[in-house]
Design a protein around this ligand. Structure first.
Ligand SMILES: CC(C)(COP(=O)(O)OP(=O)(O)OC[C@H]1O[C@@H](n2cnc3c(N)ncnc32)[C@H](O)[C@@H]1OP(=O)(O)O)[C@@H](O)C(=O)NCCC(=O)NCCS
Length: 331
């Protein structure tokens, strides 16, 4: 069974409530209908009810029995505004601007999650990554013990001898442009935890990638990766983690044995930590477009799950992202 099928089945076990702030967007409406029909979770469409029903009718989507919440007349709007004001007053937010923002579907959805009125949120079919991320970062913030929010992409490869039965987890492909060594260590630990909680990998094997393996090259970029491995190891000695390793040394048993003999990870890594956002984002797209892998992106490190979509997403992508969010909410 593929990783995403396992995640869909796991999501269906708990029927979490997932807020969808882009409630009148046609692919989101169609995804909500699939989530209802297949009993994967309880989607909540946010927006003006009249506009949502008109959009559903135009798209030919039956949204019967799907909950619609209007941020403009939400019964908890005042409580949400108060929460937002308390969180952001030191940053210059006024009660008036908090009241106005709480009526914006994205902020309302994030506040629903913050206040426990929804288990998670998925958005981004219309909004940019930054527009979706900023309210989540400002309102939901990081989970205890985690310093930064980052992301990972589940790479389901056709070659099942790679990683964990063909599954490799790449990070950080979406959020942190230039992590320093401490941030890279944080990303490595978050990704190992995501491997376990979302993908059921009991023993993540974490490789911190570079263009050098164990001192084969000297450069400040290599030093950063080596320092990150040391910091992560110090923080989580229980994890199987090593770096710096080249990509081939991380995933090929023969090259791993040759270049990093005795490494607990080399040759068998299932979690791959790239040194920065450029290499990670390019890397996952190469795996997808040239390697024929399926790719599923999630955010990690938030105190409660919120996930971003690509603006080119399909209905299936939205369903999958909602299911991943529901499984993250179970943890
Ligand atoms: C994540 C991102 C949106 C943050 O945007 P930004 O303009 O830097 O936002 P700010 O610096 O104003 O940060 C907003 C808040 O989030 C916090 N924050 C920013 N990045 C954070 C992170 N990775 N983890 C935790 N908090 C973070 C900031 O500390 C700030 O908190 P504050 O307002 O309480 O002080 C930005 O890093 C970004 O655009 N990343 C790349 C995303 C992208 O385009 N990806 C494309 C690949 S698909």
């Amino acid at each position: 069974m593929s990783v995403i099928e396992k995640i869909r089945r796991k999501a269906a076990l708990s029927m979490k409530r997932i807020a969808l702030p882009e409630g009148s967007e046609p692919r989101t409406l169609a995804a909500a209908a699939v989530l209802r029909d297949e009993s994967l979770c309880r989607p909540v469409l946010l927006g003006n009810p009249g506009e949502i029903r008109a959009a559903a009718s135009l798209a030919g989507v039956d949204i019967r029995d799907i909950e619609i919440t209007d941020p403009a007349s939400h019964p908890r709007a005042e409580a949400y505004a108060e929460t937002l004001y308390e969180l952001r007053k030191k940053k210059g937010m006024t009660p008036e601007s908090a009241r106005a923002l709480a009526k914006d579907p994205m902020h309302c959805g994030v506040l629903m999650v913050k206040c426990g009125d929804a288990d998670g949120l998925v958005s981004g079919a219309v909004h940019s990554t930054g527009d979706m991320l900023r309210p989540a970062l400002q309102i939901i913030k990081t989970k205890p013990g985690t310093k930064i929010v980052s992301s990972c992409v589940l790479i389901d490869c056709p070659n099942k001898s790679l990683g964990e039965d063909g599954l490799l987890i790449f990070s950080d492909c979406v959020v942190v442009p230039c992590p320093d060594a401490a941030e890279l260590a944080d990303i490595a630990i978050s990704t190992a935890d995501t491997a376990t909680t979302l993908c059921g990998i009991e023993e993540p094997k974490v490789a911190l990638l570079s263009f050098s393996t164990k001192g084969s090259a000297s450069h400040e970029l290599v030093t950063k990766v080596r320092e990150a491995a040391e910091i992560a190891h110090g923080l989580r000695p229980d994890l199987l983690l090593d770096g710096e390793l080249q990509f081939d040394a991380a995933i090929s048993p023969e090259v791993g044995e040759l270049k990093a003999p005795g490494s607990p990870v080399a040759g068998h890594a299932n979690v791959l930590i790239f040194p920065d956002l450029q290499s990670a984002n390019i890397g996952y797209k190469i795996a997808q477009r040239i390697g024929g892998a399926e790719a599923f992106a999630v955010l990690q490190g938030l105190a409660k799950p919120c996930n971003d979509l690509s603006r080119g997403c399909s209905v299936g992508d939205i369903v999958n992202t909602v299911c991943m969010t529901a499984v993250q909410a179970q943890a």
